[in-house]
Design a protein around this ligand. Structure first.
Ligand code: DQA
Length: 150
């Protein structure tokens, strides 16, 4: 099973960006964890990061020709992007939304609403880098239930 993993804006700054919320691991370290977990689960992953909404939408479109599922942290676009919501709906691949922080526990009201989550099978938030690993397990579970794309 192939999985497209997409990191949204500002996640290239992980390691130094607000470590109290996002932890001290760099994106490269997190990507190494993702690749190791995927290998252990027998999943093939393509891992991408972009700071631009259009590029993220292009990656979602590319996933539809290649992957059977998507793991996505839309980051700030989570709370604003109808276009990413539309792209996830359009490709009809099961998607798992990921957040490093527990967005529901954050002070800013705007973080409590996800525009993109209704286009996903589920959301995993609050376990820092491990949120991505839990998302891969969720995707594996979807495959085992026969709910991933063919
Ligand atoms: C985030 C949470 C978002 O609210 C924020 O804009 C991010 C990261 C997370 O992973 O916790 O950039 O998606």
């Amino acid at each position: 099973m192939r999985v497209m993993v997409i990191h949204g804006p500002n996640l290239n700054l992980l390691g130094t960006r607000e470590p109290e919320w996002y932890g001290r691991r760099s994106l490269d370290e997190i990507n190494a964890m993702i690749r190791a977990e995927a290998a252990a689960l027998g999943l093939e992953v393509r891992v991408e990061q972009s700071n631009s909404e259009g590029a993220i939408i292009d990656l979602i479109h590319e996933a539809s020709g290649w992957a059977q599922a998507i793991v996505i942290n839309p980051a700030g676009y989570t709370h604003t992007s109808v276009a990413i919501y539309d792209a996830l709906k359009a490709v009809e691949l099961p998607a798992v939304e990921v957040h490093l922080s527990n967005v529901g526990a954050r002070e800013e009201e705007f973080r409590h609403r996800s525009v993109t989550a209704p286009a996903c099978v589920g959301v995993i938030a609050g376990f820092r880098a491990h949120s991505y690993l839990l998302a891969l397990r969720a995707v594996k579970d979807l495959e085992q239930q026969g709910k991933a794309a063919e």
